[in-house]
Design a protein around this ligand. Sequence first.
Ligand SMILES: [Zn+2]
Length: 277
Amino acid sequence: MTRFALTPVLAEASAAGRAVAAFNVIQIEHAEAYAAAAERVGLPVVMQISENCVRYHGSLAPIAAATLAIADACTMPVVVHLDHAEDVSLVEEAVRLGLTSVMFDGSTLADDENRAVTRRVVALCGSAGISVEAELGEVGGKDGVHAPGVRTDPDDAARFVADTGVDALAVAVGSSHAMTDRTAELDTDLIAALRSSVPVPLVLHGSSGVPDSGLVAAVGAGMTKVNIATHLNQVFTRAMTARLEASPTVDTRTYLGAARDAVTDEAARLLALLALH
Ligand SMILES: [Zn+2]
């Protein structure tokens, strides 16, 4: 199977009433785990590289090359997505490197500037067949639209999609980034209202803080892409630490391998959970 743009993968999932999980790649082991998980459960997966991850590695090209190679070798459809890009030149680089989807995050920009830059990103990606996800950035605050208490208005969301032409929209319905406990309560009535007013697939960010039952309810109400990062980082770190404590070693393959196995198991479980409908 080859790499896919986000749009057809989400369209198929939406028609079937399920959602696609999007997991963040930081080390190469993450991408290996997600490919193995997708093959185990027979479902597509989105592998995301965030602008923060690019900053960590110092550039996009090496981690993108590794992720794209793993995606191309996977027997299931894989979307390779640039997550939370605030820099248009990074989007241009992602297009050149062959990523198939980008999220442009203009949430720190003034509303009219966010719309204008998002339109520009849609134009430059559209000609290359690359999907664009955006988030509605009218609400300020440290965490943008994902701050607890912030909610996306269905009419605003519909206008934003019409103004920009994006292929998917991240909305604020009660989750928040980087939560390390799974206690967030989502507003499923709002998800349903957004689903009926917004013509493109809805994306849930900050899903690590949402319990399994909340994720299933969110998909039932109309979420089609569910981003999970922090939760899998916890799984990775716990497994690595446990292995190192049980048998101290300098062979990095031993404990990174244990972490990769644990992430594969949990990613496979989450992929299947989001496809329950
Ligand atoms: Zn996010």
